[in-house]
Design a protein around this ligand. Sequence first.
Ligand SMILES: [Zn+2]
Ligand SMILES: [Zn+2]
Length: 268
Amino acid sequence: MPTLPRLPLPRWRFAAAMLRALVPSDCPLCAARSRGGLLCAACEESVCWAARTPASLGLPWRCGRCALPLPEHDTACPDCAERATAFERTIIAFDYAPPADALILQLKNGLRYGRADLLGNLLAEAVRHHVLPLAPATVLVPIPASTASLRRRGFNPAAEIARALGRDLELPVRRDLLRRDREQAKQSSLGRLGRRQAAQNLYASSPRARGLHIGLVDDVMTTGSTMHAAAAALRAAGAASVVALAAARTPGQFPAAPPRRPRAEWRG
Ligand SMILES: [Zn+2]
Ligand SMILES: [Zn+2]
């Protein structure tokens, strides 16, 4: 497994990271000795390696829009080839699969709040490793949680990850630019089409999003329907661009060889 290059951090961020790294802790995945609540070096490399490494090195090809692993070299998955998403590309920290999915479950179900810092850190590293950097004035916007999940957990995991990501990348987090317009059925019981229909018109954006470059943050991207609906609302409000930033991407949603159709551009 090749050693990944690390991009330089600003000097004060580097000093803060060094200080945090001095605090001993256990690796959340393998319980090996680690520091600062982060993954041990071996786990970080094995979990994040595939998402950070360009496909040109022979690793899983990914859709240029939604980061779905593809079985062969192609620029877009069938979903994105059929309908351009309202977000222009996606950056993920890792695929939502064992053992790394435990980090998400520890945050969302186990209410281990410290995992948001870890996930924000891994996502920040993914942004730094990505071949296309974020626009310098990017504003981070978390996907708003439903009232039901806010009531159940008492917090919005996407907002906590956005907060940690913003602190790491020194980017502002804006929670006033996007809101849910209505509640919906629990998405985990829905298929791809059901998720797409359920997410339509789910979000509304403030006119203050006009002209902004947005980094739209979520914990897990499953089909991309939520990201698309939220990005569509932001674009409709005049956002200059939207990049999807997800801690984890579900890799198993690849449909079986659908026919290729001409791509319809997103409008509105
Ligand atoms: Zn470990
Ligand atoms: Zn795609």
